[in-house]
Design a protein around this ligand. Structure first.
Ligand SMILES: [Zn+2]
Length: 162
């Protein structure tokens, strides 16, 4: 019997100077970057939590504890591949689709969205048309609007033919 499950993920990182800005596996030139124990790729983190959530597995904070030195400056692209392997090991052999939204006041995300889709699809070894990434500002409201941080959310649908 075919089974499907939905999952959602949300993440936030603080914008600071002296860090690279890496979103969706794509490096974006900007005077600020995202702070975090790993490379702080806010979009890949939201996608990982959506995948783990759909599979009913513990979230990335538990899979890759920030207290563990092993994950200092960790490459989130590699962590995403690891999450995908966990999801497959739990019996979920298909990713139907992923839909994500980045919330950032600056820099503009839209010029980078196509590259992010390609990168995420490549990391998960699925077709690019299964990945959708959107971007919005927050109309200068709240922490995103004040350019203190960048947030991302994602939903995904996974399937099992087993
Ligand atoms: Zn994160």
């Amino acid at each position: 019997m075919n089974k499907i499950r939905i999952g959602q993920g949300f993440d936030v990182h603080r914008l600071v100077s002296g860090r690279p800005l890496l979103i969706g596996g794509v490096k974006i030139e900007f005077n600020l970057g995202l702070d975090g124990h790993s490379d702080a790729d806010v979009l890949l983190h939201a996608i990982m939590d959506a995948l783990l959530g759909a599979a009913g597995l513990p979230d990335i904070g538990q899979q890759f504890p920030p207290t563990d030195q092993k994950y200092k400056d960790a490459d989130s692209a590699e962590l995403l591949k690891g999450v995908h392997a966990m999801v497959r090991a739990a019996g979920w052999d298909r990713i139907e689709n992923i839909d994500a939204t980045i919330m950032a006041e600056r820099p503009r995300m839209n010029p980078h969205v196509e590259a992010m889709k390609k990168r995420v699809a490549e990391l998960l070894a699925i077709e690019t048309d299964r990945i959708n990434i959107k971007a919005t500002t927050c109309e200068q409201l709240g922490f995103v609007g004040r350019e203190e941080g960048i947030a991302a959310m994602a939903v995904c649908l996974i399937g099992s033919s087993g």
